[in-house]
Design a protein around this ligand. Structure first.
Ligand code: AKB
Length: 337
């Protein structure tokens, strides 16, 4: 079996840690990681090399590597990016562009395809009003692409950059059969929830934060209104979608950017589920206008039929299975409740 060399940026984040574990389980990959932070002990032994530091300055190191696949996960998430917009732009846009240039250079110079997997987000959407959000139903990829946040603008623009570098910049081997190219594939993720790690800097964080707090018997003050609704997904489904997208034959893809969805629920749905599982849970509401505004600009749900048609995407966890078969069993083990 030929071993594929993979780069995962932002490997210490929630998706990164779960992805490193999945690639190790599958086998056949030599995983190189990068992050501003040192690797957590739990995944250290699964990684061949870790490059620690600011990606924008570290990218040059990677010109000496021959990557088959790049998962570019490093990002400053929506709430954090809104506070430090310039820094977010540097991390989210400059970091992505540097890495796209590297992948384009490799595919062009060595005539070798490089798959570039990019987690985009529901933050790429922007619903102008709450009425529009409630009336829109499930949204498709090219509708409502008017993000209200720096992070959302960065994600949407990087989707476009990915398409530019894969289709138009250089890319001398596109007409070969099969085409040799920077093969850019993006997934627009909803809010993700892991039973093992906690997100930081995001705005969909109220979901996972509330559940982890309830499981530990800690009080939680939710920063959005009870009726706030967006879509969420279990971390194992997010990893499943990345692996499916990685393995999908190029000719089956009709676009570069795909929505994936699992379940759309309100903050109050989370509270009720938390209370049912942990009757002593203490959840109150204290909406933060800035963060509320961000979530209000995201659609209630997304239409993922393109992913379902093109690469047979289907989540394993609907809301009941998410709680009963993934989150609660794992979290009870973790916190001993
Ligand atoms: C965030 O809240 O910023 C992220 C996202 C929805 O992309 N979790």
């Amino acid at each position: 079996m030929t071993v594929k060399q993979v780069l995962i940026t932002g490997a210490c984040g929630e998706i990164g840690q779960a992805l490193v574990q999945e690639l190790a389980k599958k086998g056949g990959y030599r995983v190189v990681t990068s992050d501003i932070a040192p690797l957590p002990e739990s995944i250290k032994s699964l990684v061949a090399e870790h490059v620690q530091g600011d990606l924008v300055y570290k990218v040059k190191v990677f010109y000496d590597y021959d990557f088959d696949v790049i998962f570019h996960l490093a990002a400053s998430l929506s709430s954090k990016a809104e506070i430090a917009t310039e820094e977010a732009h540097r991390i989210n846009v400059e970091g992505t562009m540097q890495l796209l240039m590297l992948a384009a250079y490799r595919s062009e110079k060595y005539g070798k395809s490089v798959k570039f997997l990019f987690p985009s987000s529901i933050a790429a959407y922007g619903m102008p009003t709450l009425e529009a959000k409630r009336g829109a139903g499930t949204v498709v990829e090219e509708d409502w692409d008017f993000p209200h946040t720096m992070y959302g603008c960065n994600k949407l623009y990087c989707e476009k950059l990915g398409m530019y570098y894969s289709k138009f910049h250089g890319q001398k081997h596109l007409d070969e059969k099969p085409p040799v190219m920077l093969d850019f594939r993006a997934i627009r993720f909803p809010g993700l929830i892991s039973a093992f790690t906690l997100p930081s800097g995001g705005t969909s964080d109220y979901g996972p934060e509330m559940l982890h707090a309830a499981a530990q018997g800690k009080a939680y003050s939710c920063f959005v209104r009870p009726d706030t609704k967006i879509s969420f997904m279990a971390m194992p489904d997010a990893i499943k979608s990345l692996m499916m997208m990685l393995d999908a034959p190029r000719e089956s893809l009709t676009t570069n950017v795909y929505n994936v969805a699992a379940f759309a629920i309100t903050a109050e749905d989370f509270r009720k589920r938390a209370l049912k599982a942990f009757p002593n849970a203490m959840v109150t509401y204290e909406p933060n206008p800035r963060r509320q505004g961000i979530v209000d600009s995201w659609p209630e749900d997304v239409d993922d039929s393109r992913a379902r048609n093109d690469w047979n995407w289907k989540p394993d966890y609907d809301v009941d299975r998410f709680f009963e078969e993934y989150f609660l069993p794992e979290i009870r083990k973790r916190y001993g409740k």
